[in-house]
Design a protein around this ligand. Structure first.
Ligand code: FES
Length: 107
């Protein structure tokens, strides 16, 4: 695993979302009421840009902008059709004031 820098912690307040890329991988990092979560910006239904749609930060799900599936931000679980498979999630941490996501190492 490798750490991918996202942004300074103060740039991701509650309710904010940041999109970061690492090679071919795009990840959305969300501050859900003070807890940070990261999920792949690729819907499990038909590869829609999941983290670029709407979020229900009260209920904790992303709404896929392509066909409207709801995906749990905390777990990546598909909550509504047409998605039924989970979306990948990633470990997020804040070190020395910088938000970082653990991503697979590239060989
Ligand atoms: S691509 Fe996300 S619901 Fe179809």
């Amino acid at each position: 695993m490798a750490d991918l820098d996202v942004c300074p912690f103060e740039e991701l307040p509650p309710g904010a979302v940041k999109i970061v890329t690492d090679g071919g991988l795009t990840i959305g990092v969300c501050n859900l009421g003070g807890e940070l979560y990261a999920l792949e910006d690729r819907c499990s239904h038909d590869d829609g840009p999941l983290c670029e749609g709407d979020f229900d930060l009260e209920e904790g799900f992303a709404v896929c902008p392509r066909h409207g599936a709801h995906i749990d931000i905390r777990t990546g679980k598909a909550l509504t059709l047409p998605a039924y498979l989970p979306v990948d999630t990633f470990t997020v941490k804040a070190e020395a004031g910088i938000v970082k996501v653990e991503v697979p190492s590239r060989a």
